[in-house]
Design a binder for this molecule. Structure first.
Ligand SMILES: NC(=O)C1=CN([C@@H]2O[C@H](COP(=O)(O)OP(=O)(O)OC[C@H]3O[C@@H](n4cnc5c(N)ncnc54)[C@H](OP(=O)(O)O)[C@@H]3O)[C@@H](O)[C@H]2O)C=CC1
Ligand SMILES: O=C1OC[C@@H](O)[C@H](O)[C@H]1O
Length: 424
């Protein structure tokens, strides 16, 4: 965040907060930040802060995003947006009421690679189609989308057992940390391809992070399915209703045996397939491999096509597979630069709309806020469903999780005391 902030016009890091004032001061000095605070609340009272980046553990996202909104600040909140969907709904309702941008920091989505994939599949730009409603898309080279697969695999050497990602009271878990990317990317690309509505979680299976915890997943796999009607697929002219049946599989792991982090997406349609490597951190190198199949009718059976020739009576058809390799770096800026750039532009647009009171500008601003709201509420809802399907509970905000643990400890102490009493 600090590095892009130096390079995005209109962005300036004016203050930083930590729970420890001395550490905050040291950090501010090291990074040339004008002011530091020894509590998050103190930072929120700073009138020169327009927007807050919430980079806290998952279980604290909702509470601090809400506190920032209540203080009149726009919010860029780390992924996953909150601990669960209910919390996402509450935080976003506040953002809507305050007319403030409150966005989940899916930085990968802002990179030209993802933008290119969305447009290739026939979708529209910048998250506008990823909330679950179908786009006019699906006119891309893959034809009608049939299946997707996403993987985000973090090697187990990266995070030790004490990391926030493994803490029950901080809304930890592999699905929360890595799985939220898988779900978001698959929803975004499916919507771009004209697949309408939200998927159902068909099944999910968790590997617990440690035998000591019955709650925190170290890895999560699962499958989603979109059924029912969606907008038309490739060549359908866009927008016409048609039946759809699209499946999606995902794997999220924080205990992967591999050496380096891996993130991939695979898509398959009735006219081709696509593999995307390193979709989360594309600036460090990625590849898109697109294979499309075209069937060309030939007049006789003397076709000399590169692949199969089919004779059906007098008519014959040649099937040709073409493989293309793409890389999309845009200006070479990182996902984080693109994320901040759009955030600043959107904050400016919303502020100007509110200040001017112009009806058209206000309508555009409310659409922008609604797109963020729908997107993160949908993703958190799917995460909740994944946990339920895996036989685990959706995560809890930290305050609730701590209270629950304290109640459980008090209850077990009471049972222990009662048992001791009854044996006397
Ligand atoms: N977009 C991206 O590429 C990435 C996103 N993330 C997301 O960012 C968030 C933070 O992850 P990460 O930076 O790895 O986490 P860290 O553990 O490195 O940092 C979390 C910070 O939260 C603060 N904090 C407040 N309360 C607690 C608490 N009870 N326990 C621990 N820390 C606390 C601490 O700051 P202090 O003590 O200074 O107040 C700490 O430095 C996560 O939601 C994660 O999903 C993480 C990495 C990459
Ligand atoms: O957001 C993230 O991206 C990179 C991963 O290594 C990390 O676990 C995650 O929090």
């Amino acid at each position: 965040m600090l590095w892009p902030a130096r390079r995005v016009p209109g962005a300036e890091v004016v203050a930083v907060a930590a729970r420890d004032g001395e550490r905050a001061r040291e950090y501010a000095k090291q990074h040339g930040i004008a002011r530091s605070y020894g509590s998050y609340q103190a930072l929120l009272a700073d009138p020169e802060v327009d927007a807050v980046y919430v980079g806290l553990p998952n279980g604290l996202h909702g509470a601090w995003a809400a506190a920032a909104l209540a203080a009149g600040k726009h919010v860029l909140c780390e992924k996953p947006f909150t601990a669960n969907q209910q919390e996402a709904i509450e935080v976003q309702a506040l953002a809507r009421q305050k007319r403030l941008v409150c966005r989940e920091a899916f930085h990968y989505r802002e990179h030209p690679l993802m933008e290119h994939l969305v447009q290739l599949l026939g979708g529209s730009s910048n998250n506008s189609s990823s909330s679950g409603s179908s786009s006019s898309g699906g006119t891309g080279p893959l034809g009608r989308l049939r299946s997707l697969e996403a993987q985000v695999l973090i090697p187990k050497w990266v995070f030790g057992g004490a990391n926030i990602r493994f803490q029950e009271t901080l809304a930890g878990g592999a699905a929360m940390d890595a799985g939220c990317y898988c779900l978001h990317a698959m929803r975004t690309l499916a919507a771009a391809a004209g697949v309408g509505g939200l998927p159902r979680v068909e099944w999910a299976a968790a590997e617990l992070a440690s035998p000591a915890s019955q709650v925190v997943d170290g890895a999560m796999r699962g499958a989603l399915r979109w059924r029912g009607s969606g907008s038309s697929g490739a060549g359908g002219g866009g927008g016409a209703e048609q039946d759809q049946d699209v499946t999606a599989r995902f794997t999220a792991s924080l205990q992967w045996e591999g050496l380096l982090p891996r993130s991939t997406i695979d898509l398959e349609g009735d006219r081709g397939r696509m593999h995307v490597s390193n979709f989360i951190m594309p600036v460090f190198g990625h590849v898109v491999r697109l294979s499309t199949t075209s069937i060309t009718p030939t007049s006789t059976s003397t076709s000399s096509s590169s692949s199969a020739s089919t004779a059906a009576g007098a008519a014959a058809a040649a099937t040709t597979t073409t493989t293309t390799t793409l890389r999309v770096y845009g200006t070479g800026e990182s996902t984080y630069w693109h994320q901040l750039n759009r955030f600043v532009a959107d904050v400016r647009a919303v502020n100007e709309a509110v200040d001017s009171g112009d009806e058209g500008a206000l309508l555009a601003a409310s659409r922008l806020l609604a797109a963020d709201e729908a997107d993160c509420v949908a993703n958190m809802g799917l995460l909740d469903d994944v946990y339920r399907a895996a036989g685990l509970q959706p995560r809890l905000p930290s305050a609730q999780a701590v209270a629950q643990q304290q109640q459980a400890a008090a209850a077990s102490k009471a049972v222990g005391a009662a048992e001791a009493g009854s044996t006397m």
